[in-house]
Design a protein. Structure first.
Length: 274
């Protein structure tokens, strides 16, 4: 478990991304997949908690991920740190963006209803690219700050696609979600500046959306290689992995443990948890 910047929120070093619980089109994974049914999704969530994972990452743009989680987490929502987003929706074919204060506020209200909760732990502006360079002019940060003051969210930030957008968010926010893996290192300076300002850092695409796992022939397991690389960056709070396979999640948690706790018995971790 680690601090998410200075939000007061404690998160597991591996989080669970839930795109694949709600959306199978318009995604960039190496292979097609079927969205798990409720039984399989519940099994995945229970396994995640057994493994020590407490962070779930979702978004209105992830199909019905939010509403599924709202149903599946009834009775144990308090065991989780829920990160959702605002500003992007997906209509089944294309994304639509609205970063106006009214758009952000109504999006958060809708997420609260879908997730059947009175407070979201973190809400991130869901950047599609260019728009993030103007986040400080649209009033979206002010809208999030207002929601935080109202107690509807505990912390806010942005998931960005450019270094400039990331730097801008770091100056105004509690949390940023950045891309980092051995092939994509553009956000490294942002991780460093977030760390200096005690801004929480969530990492997306640490396994290159699954492409890194397909590499073979190296001396080290590709998951462990990627996670060792990411966790070598001191400001990282949690790596959000987007898996729907409980065994893969166990493998990822065990690899994170080996990366973070030298000398740990990896076999024990893969069976037992983090
Ligand atoms: N805000 C944004 O703009 C944004 C963008 C992208 C992602 N995200 C967030 O970040 C999360 C992670 O990103 P991501 O899903 O693109 O990429 P990722 O975590 O780098 O990779 C996920 C892929 O790796 C595979 N995988 C994971 N562990 C594995 C293992 N041990 N062995 C074999 N395959 C494994 C998964 O397949 P299986 O399901 O078969 O395990 C999945 O296809 C997302 O779920 C989402 O929550 C946010």
């Amino acid at each position: 478990m680690r601090d998410l910047g200075d939000t007061g929120i404690r998160v597991s070093s591996i989080g669970l991304g839930t795109v694949k619980l709600g959306r199978a089109v318009g995604v960039k994974y190496p292979a097609p997949f079927s969205i798990p049914d409720d039984e399989a999704a519940t099994h995945l969530l229970r396994r995640a908690r057994e493994l020590g994972v407490n962070l779930l990452d979702t978004a209105p743009a992830y199909g019905n991920s939010e509403s599924r989680l709202g149903t599946l987490l009834q009775g144990w929502r308090d065991e989780w740190v829920i990160v959702s987003k605002a500003g992007e929706t997906f209509d089944g074919e294309v994304s639509h963006f609205d970063f106006s204060p009214e758009g952000i506020t109504s999006s958060v209200e809708r997420s609260l209803a879908r997730l059947k909760t009175s407070c979201l732990d973190v809400v991130l502006l869901h950047s599609g690219g260019e728009a993030e360079l103007h986040f400080d002019e649209t009033g979206s940060f002010e809208a999030l700050a207002h929601l935080k003051a109202q107690g509807k969210i505990r912390a806010f930030g942005a998931s960005t696609k450019t270094l400039r957008g990331a730097q801008l968010a770091i100056d105004r926010c509690d949390v940023v979600m950045l891309t980092l893996n051995p092939q994509e290192r553009n956000d490294e300076p942002a991780i460093e500046s977030a760390s200096k300002k005690s801004v929480g850092v969530l990492i997306k695409k640490a396994l290159q959306s699954g492409h890194a796992v397909q590499e073979s022939g190296g001396a080290m397991d590709p998951v462990e290689r990627s996670l060792r690389f990411v966790f070598a960056h001191a400001g990282v709070s949690s790596v959000v992995v987007g898996t729907i396979d409980p065994d893969h999640l166990a493998h990822d948690v065990a690899a994170a443990h080996r990366a973070l706790v030298p000398g740990e018995d990896s076999q024990t971790q893969e069976k037992g948890g983090a």
